[in-house]
Design a protein around this ligand. Structure first.
Ligand code: HEM
Length: 239
């Protein structure tokens, strides 16, 4: 049985159950609008929406981790980062829903989204910013790289992660933090690798909808190292 509900601003709506009300399912399930009759378009739209929701959740976990680092709560930050790793694993696995998309299937709806492209994803840029990528034209956001650097400075470690990794036995908690941050950067890159594979599979080396060279352009991005200091110490700190 459907119930009539009135929300805080006086709008009426029907809701089928407390479950549907709690999770706003009526609204959520009304947000998928394929532009064509193509069978594969719904999976493209839903995968995009699912990933954007996970980007939002990941941003929430990383902002919490930054706040803990600012409070010198390293253990708490690691717990938040680990929760984030779970979200990132789900993000990487989400590519499975697009794994069978063939070029012919993609072509059936590609024109319908015009110049829309993931390049325009604000949440994706927020996450890159949190990993230390500078975007001077965007508002400042909590940054894991900055929060960790400041924490190491407060602990008198003037050479940052180099000091920590060169003396692992002295800093077990900071090593755990460094590895948890590295795990986040590693998973971010793995998402990009899976994206690149999906792009190759569904459109080969054709130009992207945002006007880039497509797979070629994305392949260059896969080589970008997030939190580079944590990659460099792997070369520098083992005699
Ligand atoms: C098989 C399906 C997909 C194809 C063929 C595809 C294709 C592309 C291409 C060619 C680009 C390069 C920019 C351009 O010229 O448009 C791009 C960028 C991007 N796409 Fe996708 N995409 C797909 C699915 C998705 C999904 C589901 C998401 C989820 C949100 C997504 C997010 C992004 C992001 C964030 C970028 C920017 C990457 C960066 O700046 O490094 N893509 N995509």
């Amino acid at each position: 049985m459907k119930l009539m509900m009135t929300d805080q601003v006086g709008r009426s709506r029907t809701a089928s159950s407390e479950y549907a009300q709690y999770a706003c399912l009526d609204e959520l399930l009304d947000l998928q609008w394929p532009r064509t009759e193509a069978a594969a378009e719904l999976s493209f739209i839903i995968t995009t929406q699912v990933m954007e929701l996970y980007f939002k959740l990941l941003h929430h976990e990383w902002a919490a981790a930054c706040a803990k680092l600012d409070d010198n709560d390293v253990r708490g930050a690691i717990v938040d980062l680990r929760r984030g790793h779970g979200v990132q694993d789900a993000l990487i696995a989400s590519w499975e829903a697009l794994r069978t998309l063939t070029p012919a299937e993609f072509d059936e709806f590609r024109d319908a989204f015009g110049a829309a492209s993931g390049v325009q994803s604000e949440l994706y840029r927020d996450l890159e910013q949190a990993l230390g990528v500078p975007y001077p034209s965007r508002p400042r956001l909590p940054s894991l790289e900055e929060a960790a650097t400041k924490l190491l400075e407060r602990r008198g470690l003037t050479e940052g992660w180099r000091d920590v990794y060169a003396h692992c036995a002295e800093y077990p908690e900071l090593i755990d933090l460094g590895e948890a941050l590295f795990d986040a950067a590693d998973r971010f890159t793995r998402w990009k690798q899976r994206h690149l594979l999906s792009v190759w599979r569904s459109m080969g080396a054709k130009q992207g909808s945002a006007g880039t060279s497509g797979a070629d352009w994305l392949a260059r991005g896969v080589h970008q190292k997030y939190l580079p200091e944590l990659w460099d110490v792997r070369t520098e700190c083992w005699a």
